[in-house]
Design a protein. Structure first.
Length: 138
């Protein structure tokens, strides 16, 4: 078996962004794994759906605005992107050979993940249920 580096390792220079693209992230699918929670209990705090990488990247509605902005740029590089299913989109995003696209994806993931962590911390502190995400265009 031949092992190759994932494209994001050679492209994404920001170490914090690179970590978010690896299994070293704060998604419930990973946090719950370390806490030995059953997979069906590793839920998004807003949507109450299993929060795995595909759901986070493609489907979670709390990131729709930021994601739509990113996807406009992705569509310019991959005309068929909007016809892909969620799993295929995730594979494309994480394995694109386009360096600029990969940098945009890593920036999007990093900012969403940090917003996610900040929202969870604020909710825990004040009982609020506000989970809006606002970002500049990608």
């Amino acid at each position: 078996m031949v092992y190759e580096l994932e494209p994001y390792i050679r492209t994404v220079n920001n170490l914090d962004e690179r970590k978010c693209l690896s299994r070293n992230n704060k998604l419930e699918i990973e946090v719950g794994r370390h806490k030995k929670k059953p997979v069906d209990e590793r839920l998004c705090t807003v949507c109450h759906v299993v929060e795995d990488e595909i759901y986070f990247l493609i489907d979670c509605p709390k990131y729709d605005d930021a994601r739509n902005s990113l996807f406009v740029h992705i569509q310019n590089n991959c005309n068929k992107f909007n016809t892909l299913d969620s799993k295929e989109k995730t594979i494309y995003l994480m394995s694109t050979g386009d360096d600029e696209c990969m940098k945009r994806v890593s920036s999007y993931v990093y900012k969403c993940m940090n917003q996610n962590v900040n929202n969870i911390e604020r909710t825990s502190q004040n009982g609020s249920n506000s989970h809006e995400v606002g970002f500049e265009s990608y």
